[in-house]
Design a protein around this ligand. Structure first.
Ligand SMILES: [Zn+2]
Length: 232
């Protein structure tokens, strides 16, 4: 169906960018975008197929699913984490794109069970007050989906999943990819700072709250349809 071509292409372009930048490796991770606009259904999303080489992917390999995980379009089996993505869209009306990666530096913090406190203005402005650790649950399970749904209600846009990887959100795909990049930069800087064994300084609390308020303001605009979300 032509109505979904734009969203399938967004998935392909995002995967290419994330592979080129080294955030997606082999077949690890998955990417989705909420289907918006008319005549496309509002309660659906496009997602990468399960266990398939990102660089071989063609538009028809992208799966279109309802938020109840009913297949709408696509021959391939959707990502095993489709339930996790659907849970995000159902819980967070401000989220229009979700990127899940196994990126290396943030994954190191996932192993250390170390959340990232408010270290940089830009981090809080786009990712939230802190990058929290979502407790481990096996990949592709309802348990992981439920744990994630419970944790993302604090309106942050980046989380680290313990012993697994990361989850980044955006009001469009471009923002979700930028958030992946900001998270990896913060993770590397934080790891290096921790290695020094010196006290790691944070931004002042008042600045943190001002930066987070700006993020919340943007999210509320998306919820009201006042910000373009990359749909057609
Ligand atoms: Zn994963």
């Amino acid at each position: 169906m032509e109505a979904h071509a734009h969203f399938k292409q967004q998935i392909l372009d995002a995967c290419r960018t994330l592979v080129d930048k080294g955030y997606l490796m082999a077949t690890g991770g998955n990417v989705s975008v909420r289907i918006t606009g008319q005549p496309a259904p509002q309660n659906a999303f496009a997602i990468t197929p399960s266990n398939y080489d990102y660089l071989k992917m063609l538009p028809d390999d992208v799966c279109i699913l309802s938020l109840d995980l009913e297949p709408i379009e696509g021959e391939r089996k959707p990502s095993v984490e489709a339930g996790m993505h659907a849970g995000v869209y159902q819980t967070r009306p401000d989220v229009m794109a979700v990127v899940h990666t196994h990126q290396v530096y943030a994954s190191a913090l996932a192993l250390m069970n170390a959340p990232i406190p408010a270290l940089f203005d830009e981090q809080v402005r786009f990712l939230g007050r802190a990058v929290e650790i979502i407790p481990y649950a096996p990949s592709g399970t309802g348990m992981l989906r439920n744990t994630i749904v419970k944790h993302i209600k604090n309106h942050h846009n980046a989380y680290i999943i313990q012993n697994h990887g990361v989850l980044c959100f955006g009001h469009d795909m471009e923002r979700a990819i930028h958030n992946v990049e900001i998270l990896e930069k913060c993770s590397l800087a934080y790891l290096l700072a921790l290695c020094s064994e010196r006290k790691v300084s944070k931004i002042p609390l008042a600045v943190r709250e001002i930066a987070f308020a700006k993020l919340r303001k943007d999210q509320k605009k998306v919820e009201k349809g006042e910000i373009s979300t990359g749909g057609e």
